[in-house]
Design a protein around this ligand. Structure first.
Ligand code: UD1
Length: 429
């Protein structure tokens, strides 16, 4: 298993190119199941999760071709996928695959909408809380799918196709909203989705579906209206930049000091997080090329933050912010309101010398003068990157073990950071 060795204390200076968003790429790839024509996705990040979803779609009979490199293309340019679900040969998504990536459960929506049947394994437990799929099932049920749960599988059937309906989510859910939009696109009649997730990735997927011939309005707001169409066609779509990767590198430079241009980043995708950084005393400037984040000299002010669905502060940046606040001049409070158990990074940050108290969904972080390097263990995607951020500022060496979590969601993390002055290297094996 690969490890990452970091020697802390170097400032970050330079440019980091921001990749395409993982959380848009996955549902976009899944949306390819809605049509027998080719969907071309550009700016797709090279991530383990993307590779895994390629395998999962391959199991359904989907052909995926990755475009060759173009002249002048750098290692950071995203890849282009040509995805064709002309022949869906299997509507079952087995446990061995779905259990490795929760988002793959979402294939249930296009499969039942287009093929009339889907049999998808329940994703099972997950390191960050129970994360059920009841609301995804509710949405499909509201569109007329018959649902049966059998030996760990959810079976959804709509032999005569889905019918438009009214879906009102009792809780904001990103996966539920993706599922509802995809299913409603091929349903007969109009669907109204209330209390929809407003995450930018929802709007990006809806945008792509509209290029494919869907009739979706209101994506990006809490009320989405989908007028079903009998079939969808192919399209070409460029994945939007990753706001979580952007926020992560913004927190990294806030931690180490220095000056980074986050190239291609779009500030409006993470305004809440940038506002928190400004409150902490970090300089944020929006430029034509992206977002510039700098901290020179001044100490960090503590903050009080609660995670919330978009446009609130994202839960996917909670661990990174906590790492940053371990060195603030005073006491910060962070409340995690989306997922229970999303504090697995706390124990590891404490190993580096952080002072953090947990009380239910609330963490109190007392800033310390300096963290000290130590061996730590990555437990999930966002938690592991928070350890990297802490290590970049810690005195001495930190070894981050189990970095496969990082590879799921961060493209060439160590290359991007070392190009800006960090002492970071991957140790294979
Ligand atoms: C997506 C993101 C993930 C992010 C999360 C919240 C992707 C691939 N993943 O995950 O990175 O952290 O949004 O912004 O885009 N819930 C239910 N029943 C359900 C579904 C969800 O109770 O059927 C609950 C969850 O337990 C959680 C909350 O709703 O407490 C939000 O979860 P959801 O927005 O669905 O997260 P994901 O779509 O899985």
């Amino acid at each position: 298993m690969d490890r990452i060795r970091i020697t802390g204390g170097q400032r970050l200076n330079g440019t980091i190119p921001i990749s395409g968003a993982k959380n848009a790429t996955l549902p976009l790839m899944i949306a390819s199941l809605l049509t027998d024509q080719t969907l071309i996705l550009e700016n797709v990040p090279r991530l383990a999760d993307v590779g895994l979803l390629q395998r999962i779609l391959g199991n359904h009979g989907v052909d995926i071709m990755v475009s060759g490199k173009r002249p002048g293309e750098t290692a950071y340019d995203g890849q282009t996928l040509h995805i064709s679900a002309a022949n869906v040969i299997d509507t079952t998504a087995p446990y061995e695959l779905v259990s490795r990536m929760r988002a793959s459960f979402w294939v249930i929506a296009p499969l039942v909408a287009r093929m009339g049947e889907a049999r998808v394994s329940m994703p099972g437990g997950c390191a960050i809380g129970t994360r059920p799929v009841d609301l995804l099932i509710m949405a499909l049920n509201d569109l007329g799918a018959e649902i049966e749960i059998d030996r760990g599988y959810v079976i959804a059937r709509a032999r005569k196709g889905l019918t438009g309906g009214s879906i009102s989510f009792p809780k904001v859910t990103v996966g539920g909203t993706h599922t509802a939009i995809m299913a409603a696109s091929l349903a007969r009649g109009t669907t109204v989705i209330e209390n929809a997730a407003r995450e930018p990735e929802i709007a990006d997927v809806a945008d792509c579906l509209n290029k494919m011939g869907a009739k979706i309005s209101g994506a990006g707001t809490a009320r989405i209206v989908v007028e079903g169409v009998p079939r969808l066609n192919g399209a070409r779509h460029r994945v939007l930049p990753d706001r979580i990767e952007t926020g992560t590198y913004a927190m990294a430079v806030a931690m180490t000091g220095g000056d980074l241009l986050l190239e291609n980043a779009r500030a409006e995708l993470l305004q809440a997080a940038l506002n928190v950084l400004c409150q902490a005393g970090v300089e944020v400037t929006v430029t034509n090329a992206g977002v510039r984040v700098a901290r020179n000299g001044a100490g960090l002010s503590p903050v009080e933050v609660a995670t919330a669905p978009f446009p609130g502060f994202p839960t996917d940046l909670q661990a990174q912010l906590m790492a940053l606040m371990t060195c603030a001049q005073g006491t910060s409070q962070i409340r995690e309101t989306i997922f229970e158990n999303r504090f697995m990074h706390v124990q590891e940050l404490v190993r580096l010398g952080a002072r953090i108290r947990l009380d239910g969904e609330r963490a109190t972080i007392e800033g310390v003068e300096r963290l000290k390097g130590a061996p730590v263990m990555a437990t999930d995607l966002r938690a592991s990157v928070s350890l990297v951020i802490a290590a970049l500022a810690a005195e001495g060496e930190t070894m981050v073990n189990r970095v496969y979590h990082l590879d799921r969601g961060f493209e060439r993390l160590e290359d991007k950071l070392s190009a800006c002055g960090a002492a970071i290297e991957r140790i294979s094996g």
